[in-house]
Design a protein around this ligand. Structure first.
Ligand SMILES: [Zn+2]
Length: 290
């Protein structure tokens, strides 16, 4: 694991290095952190010519935004990405514009993505790759957070890289909170979690942030948390509650969210990405049901 220290913040975003006979990176991270990632690769004694794939869970700036800049330094690497994400790596113009409008100053912390040459992209929704040394990596389509979120399942440690399909993990508090900005699809997110649970992983490698054991329990707990938020949002929309009232009820009934709210609202990045935005995703989804 390499802490990308994006914007100078530790424990925010990380990339992972899988070493079999071949080397696969999971998450390029954002453009602004490519230098940190490269320094981390040097520390791990990764030869740049040996990197075969950069697997991005999805194209949001914090996960795949740096792929174009990174590939300039890794001459043999190709990018694994969902077919629906691929066009946004080839031409990131629209992705950048929409990120600026949703994330504001946080998009500048992540940095503007550079395009990835089309011939260096491997669009994939499901499949597997041999890592050598008896290891394999499976690509699992886990949409919901985004319509193109992939997870990667590796057999060396029986671990899953869920991207944003399993929430944001705060190891210092041992809490997980939803990653559900609009257009969030609760039904798809729950089905994706069932898919990951059925793989019986032992380890979760969160992009936000770090490695965690008890993977199946965490995935089940996250499912229950999404269902709780979904129920509160749906009742709130049906009863014509204000957005603030829905947020308040979530904070009241979700113990983890309640305890971590102060930390989130004081955090320069999470105050933008992890509070109102996540509830908004649930509220907009609930409106589609009523
Ligand atoms: Zn993310």
């Amino acid at each position: 694991m390499i802490d990308l220290e994006t914007g100078g913040f530790r424990n925010l975003i990380c990339s992972y290095v899988l070493k079999g006979d071949k080397i696969i990176l999971v998450e390029s991270g954002p453009t602004s952190s490519v230098n940190t990632l490269v320094e981390g690769l040097k520390e791990l004694k990764v030869k740049f010519t040996d990197v075969e794939y950069v697997a991005v869970t999805h194209v949001h700036l914090d996960h795949g935004g740096g792929a174009g800049s990174l590939l300039k330094l890794l001459p043999n690497a190709k990018v694994l990405v969902h077919p629906r994400g691929a066009p946004h790596l080839i031409d990131p113009t629209r992705l950048w514009e929409s990120s600026k409008s949703v994330l504001g100053r946080v998009s500048e912390i992540f940095g503007k993505p550079e395009p990835v040459p089309e011939e260096r992209i491997v669009p994939i929704a499901e499949g597997s790759f041999d890592l050598g040394g008896g290891g394999k990596i499976y690509v699992v389509e886990t949409v919901g957070h985004a319509s193109h979120n992939l997870s990667f399942f590796e057999t060396f440690n029986v671990g899953v890289f869920p991207g944003d399909a399993a929430g944001t993990y705060f190891s210092e508090f041992d809490y997980v909170i939803p990653t559900s900005p609009p257009p969030f699809r609760l039904d798809a997110a729950l089905a994706s979690l069932d898919k990951l649970i059925s793989l019986k992983p032992a380890v979760l490698y969160y992009s936000h942030f770090g490695k965690a054991s008890d993977a199946v329990k965490r995935l089940k707990d996250y499912k229950a948390q999404l269902q709780l938020w979904g129920r509160i949002a749906l009742e709130g929309v049906k009863e014509k509650r204000s957005f603030e009232q829905i947020c308040e009820r979530i904070l009241r009934e979700d113990a983890a969210m309640n305890r971590i709210a102060g930390y989130l609202s004081a955090h320069p990045v999470y105050s933008v990405t992890a509070l109102g935005n996540t509830v908004q995703g649930f509220v907009e989804y609930a409106k589609t049901l009523t």
